[in-house]
Design a protein around this ligand. Structure first.
Ligand SMILES: Nc1ncnc2c1ncn2[C@@H]1O[C@H](COP(=O)(O)OP(=O)(O)OP(=O)(O)O)[C@@H](O)[C@H]1O
Ligand SMILES: [Mg+2]
Length: 318
């Protein structure tokens, strides 16, 4: 059975169990490890907002200096009150949920030898459609990972058309990724933000740019990612991204990633939509699915918010 068929079967099962019309949710534990594999590419037509015409970019980009220069303070009490992961509430249910979600991602990111994954420390959080919980998941994942002893984490707001990471964290807009790629900012360190969560830094999206897709696909982006990933081997980079089926940006971003987390909104995202989204990123080494906004109560019905990995989301040849 193919990856997509399994994913659809899993969603079918959830639907039958009452995943529709969800009101409130709970964590569902991972049901499988996620081994690295490299599936063949597949071409599935999706709507495109922009053409892929090549337009000259600000290149060559000056060599960025990844030194982090500025600190911002996240209101951790507010974060906790929003039901998000915070170091102040390590035993909260949401923290427990993300402990389970991050484990296979960290294990893949640090795998060595035959199980090593190219760019495994580059983790993109996406979904098929808007509003499925990408930003919520990316922020919680980044904070949860930053609470680990062994890792530093960079949270990149790569939803460059509709950035939300800073706003969600109660912080004002800042320059960021787009400004570096466009050449407006020559030093990466000028736009990286340290936070009061010791091991968490943020690269904001920066100014919206009409050629965002080309910029994300550019050699400058390759170099930027290489530099960030290679310079700090203990660093995990989590990308909040746009949805896969609405713009071309997410698919372009995915080409850089070692791991892609696909957030699926339980009871809302259709099977066809999930299939189409998966098909757009078939070349990514590792794909994991997080079922969001689902919860299983003692009687076996689903309600509310929560997460679960689909075993079907493991990357394998379809
Ligand atoms: N598991 C969850 N528990 C509680 N609230 C959630 C959960 N997942 C998402 N939400 C809420 O649902 C809304 C949409 O989530 P979010 O903004 O993360 O989605 P998104 O996929 O990033 O949307 P967009 O495509 O617009 O960027 C937000 O208000 C968020 O706080
Ligand atoms: Mg978002």
């Amino acid at each position: 059975m193919s990856l997509i068929e399994k994913a659809v079967q899993r969603l079918d099962a959830l639907k039958q169990a009452g995943a529709d019309n969800i009101a409130e949710d709970k964590q569902r534990p991972p049901v499988a490890d996620v081994p690295a594999a490299k599936p063949a590419a597949a071409e599935v037509p999706v709507r495109q907002r922009e053409s892929s015409s090549s337009v000259p970019l600000a290149d060559p980009m000056p060599t960025p200096n990844p030194a982090v220069s500025r600190q911002v303070d996240i209101d951790l009490v507010r974060l906790g009150a929003m039901g998000m992961v915070t170091p102040d509430l390590p035993r909260a249910a949401i923290a427990e949920e993300f402990r389970l979600i991050k484990r296979p991602l960290l294990s893949n990111a640090t795998a060595t030898g035959p199980t090593a994954i190219d760019n495994g420390s580059l983790i993109m959080v996406t979904s098929a459609m808007p509003g499925e919980g990408k930003s919520f998941t990316a922020i919680n994942l980044a904070v949860s990972m930053a609470m680990e002893l062994d890792y530093t984490v960079l949270l990149v707001d790569a939803d460059v058309s509709r950035p939300s990471v800073l706003n969600r964290l109660g912080l004002p807009p800042e320059r960021g990724l787009m400004d570096v790629l466009s050449g407006e900012v020559s030093n990466l360190g000028d736009v990286l933000l340290r936070t009061n969560i010791e091991k968490l830094s943020i690269l904001p999206a920066g100014m919206p740019h009409p050629r965002a897709t080309e910029m994300l696909a550019s050699e400058s982006m390759n170099r930027l990612l290489e530099q960030i990933a290679n310079r700090y081997p203990d660093r995990i980079i989590v990308f909040d991204s746009p949805p896969l089926l609405v713009t071309t940006e997410a698919r372009v971003l995915a080409t850089h990633m070692g791991q892609v987390v696909i957030v699926v909104e339980a009871g809302n995202t259709t099977h066809g939509t999930v299939k189409q989204a998966l098909a757009t990123i078939e070349n990514c080494p590792v794909k994991l699915m997080v079922l969001n906004k689902s919860r299983e109560d003692a009687a076996g019905s689903y309600y509310g918010y929560g997460y679960g990995y689909g075993a079907e989301a493991r990357s394998e040849a379809a």
